[in-house]
Design a protein around this ligand. Structure first.
Ligand code: BG6
Length: 467
């Protein structure tokens, strides 16, 4: 790898995300030879996990389920932990300085804040005051603030310490191969773009049901809720990629500009078209208040009011403890101009749909009507399918966080969220947060409250086939 040596400072190093994604991701990147030759990872937080060796052991334990821990012996000595807090970053600044000296000239710093939104600003100020921010890029985990006001305050504080190009707000959905493939399908082909508009598209559904519950993340869920966790971030970012105008080029500035324009075009959410749900049994979970009104499910109808999309409904849905885990974008195309087959050819059901599965095994399928072989002109529903793994069996996909960590080290902000985007998204979401719809109960393993099922009208939600 041509990357300069890096000192990576990781706040939240003993947290869920670090254990599940960041440490495994760093290890894989190292094993794949994609990390700089020289790097150090300094975990940090208020509470010490013990000695450095104990810290390493905890990470090693977390990596046990991983299929590839082969490079551990090379990885482990680069890890250490230094206690710090918003009030006191002296020891950490010293540890960073010492690590840098070991790495030599030209070392860069990457500071990763995997901390709750309320803790962000204090940390950023500390990074500025201690000088840790110097020569560093900052990576932040969502949510970026908890509403428009706090996001603006955070952004103002960030601006005091970091330049915009050094701030990397992670939305890991944009790191998914499948999500970037939306741009490839749209702009690397001349085929789709001419029909990618209100003349030919009748609806868009962005559906992210999850069968998992809150998995020990009660305090996160209680303070964040699904609307902030998923809608204002991941689902709107997908909407951005689906709806944006062709950028002049796929460069960070152009892409951000087009995404901002889409978010500016999104119509103010109509509270009567927003459904909040909570799965039955949520209040009995450990760490959840007995009378909690936090939503574990959200479905919304929204519109993009520009020439391309005016009048086309976008349905967004996501929730915990639902019937299946999917990340699906469905684009519904117009019906044929007239019915010309005898007796309709037996033609019923949904129109042609492009269905993108944004999973780790990404597929794009075009569901079209076709002739059922046989003596009659009978029409049925067939499938044209693109499978990225089958198409490119030798490619080496990176997990979303791995890709994004690498992009930060390269200084490439293309797949991150800009200040303007964040503020516009909060502007859209604030009215719902200020006056949320009543939370309706849904059964575990279901598809959410009835009101959500009814939201797209007769056409309903496209339900995964294995249901
Ligand atoms: C996270 C959310 O950002 O994304 C989780 O906080 C959610 O609640 C997760 O489960 C889904 O990510 P992935 O990578 O499994 O699609």
């Amino acid at each position: 790898s041509q990357l300069p040596p890096h000192v990576i400072v990781l706040f939240g190093a003993t947290g869920d995300l670090a254990r599940r994604k960041l440490f495994p991701g760093l290890l894989h990147l190292q094993n794949a030879g994609l990390l700089p030759e020289e790097f150090r990872v300094i975990g940090s937080g208020r509470h010490s996990p013990g000695t450095d060796d104990e810290f390493r052991r905890q990470i090693h334990d977390a990596l046990q389920d991983d299929e590839d821990i082969s490079g551990w012996d090379d990885f482990a000595p680069r890890l250490s932990f230094t206690v710090s807090s918003a009030e006191d970053g002296k020891d950490l600044a010293e540890a960073v300085g010492a690590a840098e000296e070991e790495l030599g000239e030209g070392a860069r710093r990457l500071v990763y804040l995997s901390v709750p939104p309320t803790a962000m600003l204090g940390m950023v100020t500390m990074l500025g005051e201690t000088g840790i921010a110097e020569r560093s890029r900052l990576v932040m985990e969502k949510p970026f603030g908890t509403d428009l006001e706090s996001a603006k305050e955070l952004n103002a504080g960030l601006k005091e310490v970091y330049r915009e190009q050094d701030i990397f707000r992670i939305d890991h959905f944009l790191g998914k191969e499948s999500v970037q493939n939306i741009l490839a399908l749209r702009f690397a082909n001349g085929l789709l773009e001419p029909i990618w508009n209100r003349q030919n598209i009748r609806y868009v559904q962005i559906d992210v049901p999850e069968s998992i519950g809150i998995e020990g993340r009660a305090s996160f869920m209680e303070s964040t809720g699904t609307f902030r966790d998923m809608i204002s971030t991941h689902l709107f970012q997908i909407l951005g990629f689906v709806a944006l105008e062709p950028p002049v080029q796929i460069t960070p500035a152009q892409l951000h500009e087009e995404k901002e324009k889409v978010f500016r075009s999104v119509r103010a959410l109509d509270p009567s078209r927003v459904v909040f749900g909570q799965y039955d049994g949520y209040r009995d979970e450990d760490g959840v208040a007995d009378d909690s009104d936090v939503e574990t499910f959200v479905a919304i109808e929204t519109y993009v009011d520009n020439w391309r999309w005016f009048g086309v409904p976008f349905y967004l849905r996501t929730g915990k403890s639902m019937g299946a885990t999917r990340r699906t974008v469905t684009i519904g195309f117009a019906e044929p101009a007239m019915e010309m087959f005898p007796d309709g050819g037996g033609l019923t059901g949904p129109p042609s749909e492009l269905v993108l599965e944004l999973s780790d095994d990404p597929t794009a399928e075009l569901d079209v009507r076709a002739k059922v072989p046989g003596p009659d002109m009978k029409i049925g529903r067939g499938r044209m399918c693109l499978d990225l793994h089958d198409s490119f069996p030798d490619a080496e996909p990176l997990e979303a966080y791995e890709r994004l960590l690498l992009d930060v080290m390269k200084g490439d902000p293309t797949l991150f969220t800009s200040t303007k985007e964040v503020e516009r998204l909060w502007e859209l979401c604030d009215p719902v947060l200020a006056d949320p719809p009543p939370v309706q109960t849904y059964e575990k393993g279901s598809w959410g409250p009835q009101a959500a099922l009814d939201l797209p009208g007769e056409r309903g939600w496209r339900v995964p086939e294995d249901q």
